[in-house]
Ligand binder design. Structure first.
Ligand code: FAD
Length: 409
């Protein structure tokens, strides 16, 4: 027998769950399919288990400020109709306690499970049918049959016909918990263009021997200003940097990684709050300390020690150092330029940059312009948010836009 639904949603992650709930509550008969045993594994591990579910600082009139992609303006329509305040209202209705942590980031007080339970309750209110775990073997277009059905979805639990098919299979990061390229393959099958995919919000790696002097700093964290790109594309972030055994991580690196082009450099100001040159030249006049000890008043002493080890001119009492050597040291600390060899890849990335080209989709409804009834939402689309709750907000907003579009269409 053929199962018939108005809407089939592939992927029960953030976007798929929310879209299913919204569409169901608008009266559509919805089937939600996921190959993983559990729903929303990424919500479960997000924000260190507390889920940074949105960001209060998101300016819905200027979303391009917090989103990356070939056309970040694409997300404006959906975000202006379903913004952070709308999601917060839902969280409030479910009585989930939350708090703001840093730069507008909202986290659940107790657990990410509360957000998942909320989405499941919303799905129940929409009488959503779940098939999970259930693999999808093929999708094909139907010559519209008598019921107005446009797609056939072949799955381990049988064949389904539906009027709307929603691709909500997410990105490629963390394959261990269920990420696959199904969404991209389906988009291609239906003739939708893809923007090349690369890992985003990801730690960076450096050449083994060149990195050796810094490997001893693993575990050290400090606030920096980090930048990449030339004049027109220049992007900077004021965030914490973390040294690791293989390279650099922390919010500063994760943020800049989404903007970094392989082969180009990044630059880091390790002492953004102080005029280092003036500080060192003044210290030279009055101090008997070693340069490393003077530096230790500006940066963690482990960093100061590793830094002066790079140049014999820096391994002496500051009173005996030449002005030139001190200026060079200041320059090196405040404009540390380095070229990453790569990133830790999808195994460690929080998101995938690139995806279904927004040119293919309606910004009102997320429907594919050339394939009526086919929708793409969430991370599978070429819209990537900054670290800090922006990616979930895009998942909620694109899901809501899609559900409204399907109910009206
Ligand atoms: P997903 O939530 O990834 O859901 C996709 C679903 O599709 C999954 O359930 C998957 O099993 C299913 N699927 C995939 N392939 C198939 C297939 N072949 N057949 C059937 N089903 C399939 N963002 C934030 O905003 N705040 C955070 O705090 C945050 N923390 C994060 C922490 C980590 C470690 C990671 C990896 C990401 C984090 N993100 C965070 C990013 C965020 O999780 C994603 O951007 C978001 O989940 C995307 O939603 P989505 O619904 O598009 O995709």
């Amino acid at each position: 027998p053929i199962h018939r639904f108005d809407t089939v949603i592939l992927g029960a992650g953030a976007a798929g769950l929310f879209c299913a709930a919204q569409a169901g509550q608008r009266g559509l008969k919805v089937l939600l399919i996921d190959h993983a045993a559990k729903v929303a594994e990424k919500i479960r591990i997000s924000g260190g288990g507390r889920s940074n579910f949105t960001n209060r600082d998101l300016d819905v009139r200027q979303p391009h400020k917090h989103f990356v992609g070939q056309n970040p303006q694409f997300c404006r329509s959906a975000l202006s109709r379903f913004g952070p305040a709308d999601f917060v209202a839902l969280v409030d209705r479910h009585g989930i306690a939350y708090h703001e942590k840093h730069k507008g980031q909202l986290f659940a007080d107790h657990s990410a499970e509360d957000i998942i339970a909320m989405l499941m309750a919303e799905c129940r209110a929409g009488q959503v049918t779940h098939w999970q775990p259930c693999t999808v073997s093929a999708v094909s277009a139907l010559d519209t049959d008598a019921h107005g059905q446009r797609f056939q979805v072949s799955t381990a639990q049988g064949t389904v016909h539906c009027r709307h098919l929603v691709i909500a299979t997410g990105g490629l990061s963390i394959p261990k918990i269920g990420a696959t390229d199904l969404g991209y393959r389906l988009a291609q099958q239906f003739g939708l263009a893809l923007v090349p995919r690369v890992p985003g919000l990801v730690p960076m790696t450096f050449d083994g021997s060149a990195w050796a002097p810094y490997a001893q700093l693993a575990g050290l964290a400090l606030p920096v200003v980090i930048g990449t790109g030339s004049k027109k594309t220049r992007m900077t972030f004021n965030e914490d940097l973390l040294f690791t055994h293989r390279g650099l991580s922390g919010p500063a690196i994760l943020q800049i990684s989404s903007y970094w082009t392989p082969g180009t450099s990044i630059d880091i100001n390790l002492v953004p709050e102080v005029d280092v040159a003036a500080h060192l030249l003044a210290a030279k006049q009055r101090s008997r300390k070693l340069i490393a000890n003077e530096l230790a008043s500006l940066v963690p002493s482990r960093l100061a020690d590793a830094w002066v080890a790079q140049d014999a001119d820096w391994q002496r009492p500051i009173a005996e150092a030449s002005d030139k050597a001190l200026l060079r040291l200041a320059e090196r600390l405040t404009r540390w330029e380095l070229t990453p060899t790569g990133t830790e890849g999808y195994k460690k990335a929080e998101v995938t940059v690139g995806g279904v080209d927004t040119k293919e989709l309606s910004q009102q409804t997320m429907e594919a312009k050339k394939v009526p009834g086919l929708y793409c939402i969430g991370e599978v689309v070429d819209i990537t948010g900054w670290l800090g709750g922006y990616n979930f907000q895009w998942a909620w907003a694109s899901a809501a836009a899609c559900a409204a579009g399907m109910a009206d269409g």
